[in-house]
Design a protein around this ligand. Structure first.
Ligand code: ZN
Ligand code: ZN
Length: 251
C-alpha cells in the first residue's frame, strides 16, 4: 500500500473512530439509537439478517436452503474436492442491509461499516470449530485497484477481526500480481481461468507451517479464495480457513 493511501486510510479510520465515540449506540443497520446497545446491530436488524446455519456443507459452508430438514453433508463441489481451503464459512447470505453495507464500504468508501461487518465475522468465527489459526490474511487487491479505491476492504476487515481475536495479521504476505477483470459477470469456468496464477506469497517465511485464516467480504463461487488457498498451500501453509461476511448463492 502506498504511503499516501495509508495515511488517507488512517485518517478516515480515525474519523470513523471519533464518530463512533460521539455516537456510540446507533445500529449500523437502521440507525436506531439505543444506549443499552453493546454491539453494532440492534435485535431487529439482526433478526432480519439471513444468518447461515445447518444444514450446510461442512467444508465450503454452502447452506442447503432447499433441504432445510437434512443434516450437514458435503455439497457436489466438495464431493469432488473442488477446493484447496480446509473449510470456509460466511456469516449471512448476500442480501439486504449487510449487502448494502458491504457495497457502501467497498464502492462508497464508508469505512465506518468495517467494525459492524467485522462483528458479523466474529460471530460466525465463534460458532465454527474448524480453525485455530496462527495468522490472519486478507484476500489482496491488485495495486492498481488499491490505488483506485484507496483501501482494501478485506484488509480492513482482516485487521479488525485479528485485533478482536488477538492474532497477528499481515496485509502484504499474499499479493495479487495479476490484474483480473471484475468477476461478477463471469461464469464459473471463466472465473477459474481469470484468477489462476493471480496471487503470490511475498513473505513465505510467515506462511510456512502456519494455519492461515483468509478473510474476504463476499464468497461467490469461491474461486478467488480457492486460488489464494492453493497459492498459500504451495508455499507450505499447514491449513487454510476462509471466512467471509456474506455468501452469494448462484441463481
Ligand atoms: Zn437496527
Ligand atoms: Zn461444499
Amino acid at each position: 500500500m502506498g504511503r499516501l493511501s495509508k495515511i488517507a486510510e488512517t485518517a478516515q479510520l480515525l474519523g470513523s473512530t471519533v464518530l463512533a465515540l460521539l455516537f456510540p449506540k446507533s445500529c449500523a443497520g437502521c440507525g436506531t439509537i439505543d444506549r443499552s446497545l453493546d454491539r453494532f446491530w440492534c435485535d431487529q436488524c439482526l433478526g432480519e439478517m439471513a444468518f447461515i446455519g445447518s444444514p450446510l456443507c461442512p467444508v465450503c459452508g454452502r447452506p442447503f436452503l432447499d433441504a432445510p430438514d437434512s443434516s450437514d453433508h458435503l455439497c457436489g463441489e466438495c464431493l469432488e474436492s473442488a477446493f484447496h481451503f480446509d473449510s470456509a464459512r460466511s456469516a449471512v447470505l448476500h442480501l439486504g442491509i449487510v449487502r448494502d453495507r458491504i457495497h457502501q464500504l467497498k464502492f462508497g468508501g464508508r469505512l465506518e461499516w468495517t467494525t459492524p461487518l467485522a462483528e458479523l465475522l466474529l460471530k460466525v468465527y465463534h460458532g465454527w470449530d474448524a480453525a485455530a489459526p496462527d495468522l490472519v490474511l486478507p484476500v489482496p487487491l491488485h495495486t492498481r485497484r488499491l490505488r483506485q479505491r484507496g483501501f482494501n476492504q478485506s484488509g480492513l476487515l482482516a485487521r479488525e477481526l485479528a485485533q478482536n481475536l488477538g492474532l497477528p495479521v499481515s496485509l502484504d504476505s499474499l499479493a495479487r500480481k495479476q490484474w483480473t477483470e471484475p468477476q461478477t459477470r463471469l461464469n464459473r469456468h471463466q472465473r477459474l481461468k481469470n484468477v489462476r496464477g493471480a496471487f503470490e506469497v511475498r513473505r513465505p517465511e510467515l506462511v510456512r507451517g502456519r494455519r492461515v485464516l483468509l478473510v474476504d467480504d463476499v464468497f461467490t463461487t469461491g474461486e478467488t479464495l480457492n486460488e489464494c488457498a492453493r497459492t498459500l498451500k504451495k508455499k507450505g501453509a499447514a491449513g487454510v480457513y476462509a471466512l467471509t461476511v456474506t455468501r452469494a448463492l448462484p441463481d
